[in-house]
Design a binder for this molecule. Structure first.
Ligand code: GAF
Length: 385
C-alpha cells in the first residue's frame, strides 16, 4: 500500500534527503457513462481509495529527475528539453505532464528543477486509470510547487494532453476529471461538453452496499487500435447525421440514424446515445430512490457495450454474468474495454459469495485467475505532506 511515510522514505532512499512535499491522486472506477466523454456527453465516475503518490525535492539547477518504485533507474531531462517525445517508457508520463503544463501557458523558463519519486497502489492495466492517477498527481505537484495557479479542470486537460500526445492514446477527459475532482463517498457527474461537474453522494456504505472490482487481468492499452477505431466510428456517425457530436442526439433520433448509417456505425451511435441517457437516469434514480435502485442501468450499460459498441471480452462478460446470477444489484465492465475490470454493486453479505463464484467460474473456463476486491469512493488529488 502506498502511504505518505512510505513515499517520504522512498524519496530519501533514492535521493539522499527529505522531500519538500508529498502529493497524491487516485485511480477511478467509472460507475456509468462509457465512451461518452469524447462525444461531449455525460460520465459518472468516482475516485477510488488507490492512489499514486509523488514526493518532491527542490533542485538548484533546471533538471527534472524522476524515479519510481517500479523501476531501478531514475530518468532526467533539462526543463528546456521537455517535448512530447523526449523520453519513452514510464518516465514519459511525468515528464510529459511537465511539457503539457507549458502548453497550457506555464512559464517554464523561470522554474527550477525538481526531483520526483513516484509510488502507487493503483493496479496497472486493470482499467482503473493508473495513468491518469500518475498524470494528475504530477500535475498537481508541479502546479503547487511551481506556483502556477491552474484550476483543476485545466489540470485535467493537462493530463489528457499528456495521454493524447505523449502516450499516443486518443482518450477523453473522464479519468483525469475523476482523479482531480472526486470526493469521499461521492461520484462526479461530469458534462464533458461544458466541463460542469456535480459531486453527488453515492451512499453505498450507508445502504450496506459494496462496490466490487473484478480485474480480469486481461491487459488492455488505449494506444492500441480498438479504442481509436471506436472513436473514429463515433465521429463518422456524427458527420453522417450532420451533428457536431453525438451529444447532440437524443434516443428519439435513433430511428433516423438507423436509416442513414450503416449497421455497424448505427450500433456504435446507439450505444453512445443510450449511454448518455443511462447516465442521467442513473443519477436521477440515485437521488430519488438511492443506490439500491440503479442496477438495471448498470446491466443495460454492459449489454450495450457488449452488443452495440463491441468492446467487451469473454472474461468481462463472464464476470458480469456471474455477479448478476449471484445477486448483484447491477454489474458492468468499466473503462475503455478490451480487457481490464468489471464492477458489481452488491449488498455487503454477498461480497464473499460473488468473489468465490467469480473465481470458480474463471477457473472452470480455464481463464487466468481474476483479482477481486472492493473499492470506496475517495478524495481526489491532494497535498498529503
Ligand atoms: C478510457 C479513456 F481514457 C476515457 O477517456 C474514456 O473514454 C473511457 O476509456 C471510456 O469511457 O478510460
Amino acid at each position: 500500500m502506498s502511504d505518505i511515510a512510505g513515499a517520504m522514505h522512498l524519496f530519501a532512499e533514492r535521493f539522499g534527503r527529505r522531500p519538500a512535499g508529498v502529493w497524491s491522486s487516485p485511480g477511478r472506477v467509472n460507475l456509468i457513462g462509457e465512451h461518452t466523454d469524447y462525444n461531449d456527453g455525460f460520465v459518472f465516475p468516482f475516485a477510488i481509495d488507490r492512489r499514486t503518490t509523488v514526493a518532491l525535492g527542490d533542485r538548484d539547477d533546471r533538471l527534472i529527475r524522476v524515479s519510481s518504485t517500479f523501476s531501478p533507474d531514475a530518468v532526467e531531462l533539462h526543463v528546456d528539453e521537455l517535448s512530447p517525445d523526449a523520453v519513452a517508457g514510464w518516465a514519459a508520463y511525468p515528464l510529459g505532464v511537465a511539457w503539457a503544463l507549458g502548453e497550457y501557458g506555464a512559464d517554464l523558463e523561470h522554474v527550477r528543477g525538481v526531483d520526483l519519486h513516484i509510488d502507487s497502489d493503483v493496479p496497472v492495466g486493470a482499467g482503473l486509470s493508473s495513468s491518469a492517477a500518475l498524470e494528475c498527481a504530477v500535475a498537481l505537484t508541479l502546479d503547487e510547487h511551481w506556483g502556477l495557479g491552474f484550476d483543476r479542470p485545466t489540470l485535467a486537460k493537462v493530463g489528457r494532453l499528456t495521454e493524447n500526445r505523449v502516450v499516443g492514446a486518443p482518450t477523453g477527459i473522464m479519468d483525469q476529471s475523476a482523479s482531480l475532482l472526486g470526493e469521499v463517498d461521492s461520484g462526479v457527474l461530469l458534462d464533458c461538453r461544458s466541463l460542469d461537474a456535480d459531486v453527488i453522494p453515492l451512499h453505498f456504505a450507508a445502504e450496506g452496499l459494496s462496490l466490487l472490482v473484478i480485474d480480469t487481468r486481461v491487459e488492455h492499452a488505449h494506444a492500441d487500435g480498438g479504442y481509436a477505431a471506436r472513436r473514429a466510428s463515433c465521429e463518422a456517425g456524427a458527420r453522417g447525421l450532420g451533428v457536431g457530436s453525438l451529444r447532440d442526439l437524443r434516443v428519439d433520433d435513433l430511428d433516423r440514424a438507423a436509416e442513414v448509417l450503416d449497421d455497424e456505425t448505427f450500433r456504435r451511435v446507439r450505444h453512445v446515445v443510450t449511454e448518455n441517457q443511462r447516465v442521467l437516469d442513473t443519477v436521477r434514480t440515485l437521488r430519488e430512490h438511492g443506490p439500491g435502485a440503479i442496477g438495471p442501468y448498470l446491466d443495460a450499460s454492459h449489454a450495450s457495450m457488449r452488443d452495440d459498441f463491441e468492446i467487451s471480452v469473454p472474461e468481462l462478460d463472464l464476470a458480469v454474468e456471474t455477479a448478476q446470477a449471484n445477486g448483484a444489484i447491477g454489474a458492468r465492465m468499466t473503462g475503455g474495454g478490451f480487457g481490464g475490470s468489471a464492477i458489481a454493486l452488491v449488498i455487503n453479505p454477498l461480497v464473499p459469495v460473488i468473489t468465490r463464484e467469480v473465481e470458480a467460474a474463471f477457473a472452470e473456463r480455464g481463464y487466468r485467475a481474476p483479482t477481486v476486491f472492493t473499492v470506496r469512493a475517495d478524495q481526489g488529488a491532494r497535498r498529503d505532506a
